[in-house]
Design a binder for this molecule. Structure first.
Ligand code: FMN
Length: 324
């Protein structure tokens, strides 16, 4: 039997297979590959960095819940000089396309970190983590605001020639509008979902459990929601999608690809079963062979058919205006 073609190109980034990792869930402080070679995956998405040192949120930062993880880490970060001296030499040694995730508290901070990362010349792409509150506009996350995300991506676009991936927040009401905005602003791909907001309260103390009080929910609990969101965004935009949210094995990879993802990321599962990604790669290969599928890209969008048009809210189907 012929080996299936697992390679894919997303936002101009050539990946030897469609599997990657969710930012912040694999490899910290330049420590990669303890369980399997990083080069096993099609691309490496690194932990979000900032342009400046940042302590992150107070502990406790993570709390396990049934079918998932409740967390609020707050993106702690060393300063830029430390990143260049410590992380960059390690990243340079990896033979895999690296997508560096970045965040800022303001547009200027985003632009600054995008520019610095571009100048290093080692990254295949930059992922904009849009989950930071836009303090100038009332503290709503950039990713929950079509206009703010448009302006931010436009400025980031002007600051780099590298492929730009906009990572969206899971917001039911504005998702398609935000997706269209970032596409119009020049994003080459969209990544979703980031973990939705959540809270856990200890019945004994009657207080929130994690230090930041408000956190996020990730893991298998959010998978059906994430699959739906990939499906919706696939219909709203033309740029390719990195899908994620509760992926644990090859079956989840197929489901996300059928919904419209061209690449799929393993997140919280890395904390539970660090070998999940290489196993899924093997199982995916077997699945493609057994089903006579020669090219993995044939899976992309397989869940869509014409009848789906009827299910999309009208405002999401229209090529409606994007904020300028
Ligand atoms: C502990 C933890 C840290 C995370 N850190 C980041 C981060 O730095 N940047 C980012 O864009 N997403 C971050 N995420 C979100 C994941 O990349 C992913 O989008 C989300 O968890 C959904 O996928 P999952 O359910 O497979 O984990 C983090 C998630 C967890 C659980």
């Amino acid at each position: 039997m012929r080996a299936p073609d697992l390679s894919t190109t997303i936002a101009g980034i050539r990946m030897k297979n469609p599997l990657t990792v969710g930012s912040g869930t694999y490899g910290h402080h330049g420590v990669f590959g303890q369980f399997y070679p990083v080069e096993t995956m099609g691309a490496l998405v690194t932990k979000t960095i900032r342009s400046h040192r940042w302590p992150g949120n107070p502990p406790p930062r993570v709390h396990e819940v049934p079918s998932g993880l409740h967390s609020s880490v707050g993106i702690p970060c060393n300063d830029w000089d430390y990143f260049v001296a410590h992380d960059v030499p390690i990243l340079k040694g990896l033979k895999v396309p690296i997508i560096q995730s970045v965040i800022g508290r303001t547009e200027d901070e985003y632009v600054e970190i995008v520019r610095r990362c571009s100048e290093l010349g080692i990254f295949a792409g930059i992922e904009l983590n849009l989950s930071c509150p836009n303090t100038k506009q009332g503290g709503v996350d950039f990713g929950y605001d079509p206009e703010a995300s448009f302006h931010l991506v436009k400025r980031a676009r002007d600051a780099t020639k590298l492929p730009l991936i906009a990572k969206l927040a899971p917001d039911y009401s504005l998702l398609s509008r935000v997706a269209k905005s970032v596409e119009a602003a020049g994003a080459d791909a969209i990544s979703l979902v980031n973990a939705p907001r959540a809270m856990c309260i200890d019945y004994r103390t009657r207080k929130p459990i994690i230090g930041n009080r408000v956190g996020a929910l990730s893991g298998t609990a959010i998978k059906p929601m994430a699959v739906y969101m990939v499906w919706e965004v696939y219909r709203a935009v033309r740029v390719p999608i990195f899908g994620m949210g509760g992926v644990t094995d090859y079956r989840d990879v197929i489901e996300f690809m059928a919904a419209g993802a061209r690449a799929v990321a393993f997140g919280t599962i890395n904390y539970v079963d660090p070998m999940a990604l290489p196993r899924a790669l093997e199982d995916l290969t077997t699945y493609l062979q057994e089903n006579g599928i020669e090219d993995v890209n044939e899976l992309v969008g397989a869940a869509h058919d014409d009848r789906d048009e009827l299910l999309i809210p009208a405002e999401n189907r229209l090529e409606s205006e994007v904020p300028v």
